[in-house]
Design a protein around this ligand. Structure first.
Ligand code: SAH
Length: 243
């Protein structure tokens, strides 16, 4: 089981050479076909690999992933792979989105912070479950595309900001859950401080070899668990982007 997961999760980062050609998968044309593919995705790739949380499964069944990927890749939106979304970034493999969502242990009333909006897909999945979602994206055009897409699809409880998510969103803190979808070298202390007592954070940590870490904040401090080996795009810092 563990080696199966390693095999799968090494595909959650950028598709690299895969990005030049469409992955194998059933090509869909109509809304009905997209929905069928989405249900098969949840059954085979997500529930089939052990994700059990009912709200996560429902959210993955309802968010139209094909509307979060560029038109050219739409037919492969429900394939078991990350896909390019422009600017050298990717929408994560469906399984990793579901795995991280389940690992956050969410309640309806939770307020969640996401770092790395990308396409806005993970934010939409979270908004399907929780009361408020705050999401930060450092690449401005991705942030504005995601904002337009989420607005058009009616996700009014997602609040977006363009900027460096390493500093979190202090005005809206504390959060019941924080999900980081780009990998920092080490867990950002500012984000730990923005976690409520009882809150959970899921973050891929490291360069090259990365591990998905879950932190729980308790009254006494922080508890860390290593969940899985993963590969995400690196978290970039605003300073590094200034010439
Ligand atoms: N969650 C996204 C996929 C994330 S890809 C989705 O559902 O589509 C990782 C994203 O993190 C990229 O869009 C990248 O630009 C962004 N990112 C990287 N470093 C960041 C930072 N410091 N702050 C905010 N976003 C960052």
């Amino acid at each position: 089981m563990f080696s199966l997961l390693i095999g799968l999760l090494f595909r959650c980062g950028p598709p690299l050479e895969e990005a030049t050609k469409p992955p194998a998968g059933g090509a869909a044309e109509t809304e009905g076909e997209f929905q069928e593919n989405r249900e098969a995705m949840v059954r085979e790739q997500i529930a089939g690999r052990g994700v059990r949380d009912r709200r996560t499964l429902e959210a993955m069944r309802s968010v139209p992933r094909h509307l979060f990927v560029p038109e050219a890749w739409r037919h492969y939106a429900y394939a078991d792979t990350p896909l390019p979304i422009g600017h050298g970034q990717t929408i994560s493999q469906p399984y990793i989105v579901a795995f991280m969502t389940e690992a956050l242990d969410l309640k309806r009333t939770d307020r969640v912070l996401e770092i790395g909006t990308g396409s806005g897909y993970q934010a939409a999945v979270l908004a399907q479950i929780c009361s408020e979602v705050y999401s930060i994206e450092i690449i401005e055009p991705l942030a504005s595309e995601a904002a337009a897409r989420l607005k058009q699809l009616g996700y009014t409880r997602v609040h977006l900001r363009a900027g460096d998510g390493y500093r979190g969103w202090p005005e809206a803190a504390p959060f019941d859950a924080i999900i980081v979808t780009a990998a920092p070298d080490a867990i950002p202390v500012v984000l730990l401080e923005q976690l409520a007592v009882g809150g959970r954070m899921v973050v891929p940590v490291g360069r090259g070899e990365q591990v998905l870490v879950r932190i729980r904040r308790t009254k006494e401090g922080y508890k860390r668990e290593n969940l899985l080996p993963v590969r995400f795009v690196p978290m970039v810092r605003e300073e590094a982007r200034v010439p």
